[in-house]
Design a protein around this ligand. Structure first.
Ligand SMILES: [Zn+2]
Length: 88
């Protein structure tokens, strides 16, 4: 399985996830998604869109004191992540 540096749903670095990532249905560690996005093989927010995820991450950044001006830079790659790619 391919290993990713950042969560392929929200873009957070997986290395900064205290649990090291989300979990699959069988309890193994996901190498693709963080714990806040993915648990036990399911997305915690299954119906969210890429732009809604951008809004959420932006709000999170602002809530943690991140300068509003830079949040666009940190969220603009979210639509390019694996989760948001159309399935063929
Ligand atoms: Zn995530």
């Amino acid at each position: 399985m391919k290993h990713y540096r950042d969560c392929q749903s929200c873009g957070h670095p997986l290395s900064r996830d205290p649990q090291g990532g989300g979990t699959e249905a069988d309890g193994t560690r996901s190498s693709m998604y963080c714990r806040e996005c993915y648990e036990a093989g399911q997305f915690l927010l299954p119906d969210i869109s890429a732009s809604e995820m951008q809004d959420r991450v932006r709000a999170d950044l602002i809530a943690t004191g991140f300068p509003r001006l830079f949040t666009g830079f940190h969220t603009r790659k979210i639509p390019l992540l694996e989760r948001w790619q159309p399935t063929p």
